[in-house]
Design a binder for this molecule. Sequence first.
Ligand SMILES: Cc1cc2nc3c(=O)[nH]c(=O)nc-3n(C[C@H](O)[C@H](O)[C@H](O)COP(=O)(O)OP(=O)(O)OC[C@H]3O[C@@H](n4cnc5c(N)ncnc54)[C@H](O)[C@@H]3O)c2cc1C
Length: 252
Amino acid sequence: MTRTAMIAGAGYAGLAAAAVLARAGWRVTVYEADPEPRSVGAGLYVHGFVHDALRKTGAYDDFMRGAFKPAAHCVYIDGARQSNASTDGNITTTTRAALHVALIDAARRAGVSIIGGSRAVAADPRGALILADGTRLAADLVIAADGVRSTITQTLDIPITRVAHQDGITRILLDRDGLRDDKWNSIHDFYDYRGRPLRVLYTPCGADAFYFCLMAPITDLEAASVPIAGALWTARFPDLAPALRRVGNSGR
Ligand SMILES: Cc1cc2nc3c(=O)[nH]c(=O)nc-3n(C[C@H](O)[C@H](O)[C@H](O)COP(=O)(O)OP(=O)(O)OC[C@H]3O[C@@H](n4cnc5c(N)ncnc54)[C@H](O)[C@@H]3O)c2cc1C
C-alpha cells in the first residue's frame, strides 16, 4: 500500500524530505504558506555529508551544475595572512536560490505536489496535518519543516530553546563581473580585532556570484548598520575594497 506524507514548508528541509520519500514510493504533498516556494538568503557552503543527502534527493546533478569549488581558503587576522590552504576540491559553494530551485525541480520530478498559499497550523500526533482553513489531512507521516519558528512544533508541545546571537551578520550576494581572476576564486576570511572586532567572509559561490558575510557585535551600531557603513569596512579591509565597494545599499 502506498504510504502518504504531508509536509509543511517548502524550504530546504521540506523539499529534501519530500523528494527522498517520493523517490522511495511515498505519495507526498508539501504545503507552503507563501504563494510560491521562495528562497531567502545569499550563498552557502555544502560539505561532505550534504553531498550524500543531495544525491538521495535527485537534485545533485542540477545542484553541481551551478555550484562552485573555491581554490583555497585564506584566513587573515588583523591584516596578516595566517593560512592559505588549498581546498583540494572539498568545499562546494552555491547560491541559496540555485539549491532551492534544484530541490523544487527534483521534488516535482519525483512526483511531489507542492501547494502554495497553504498555511499549516497544527499537527495531530495520531497522523494528520491541519491547515489554516480547517482542512485535516490524514497521513502516515507528517513533517513540520516550517522553519526555525515552527508553528507546528509549538502545537506539539515540544520544548524548544532559542538563544540569540550577540553578533549581527549582514549577508549579501553580488555579481562577480570584473572579479574573476585567481584571487577572487578563493575564500577570504578576515578577522580584525584592532579596536573593534569585525569579520568579513568573502565566498565565491558561482562563476557569476560572490557572497559576503559582514559580522560585527550587535552593540556596534555603526558596523552592524544596513545599508553598510561602506567607508568603515573598506578602510578596515582594503584587500577586499573592490568587492566591498559593490555592496552599496544591498544587504540585510
Ligand atoms: C534572513 C536570513 C538569511 C539567511 N541567510 C543564510 C545564508 O546566506 N546562508 C545560509 O547558509 N543560511 C542562511 N540562513 C539560514 C537558513 O535560512 C536556514 O538554515 C534554512 O533556510 C533552514 O531551512 P528550513 O527548510 O529548515 O527552513 P526555511 O528555509 O525557513 O523554510 C521553511 C519554509 O516553511 C514555510 N512555512 C513557514 N511556516 C509555515 C506554515 N505554518 N505552513 C506552511 N509553510 C510554512 C516558509 O515560508 C518556508 O518556505 C538565513 C536565515 C535568515 C532568516
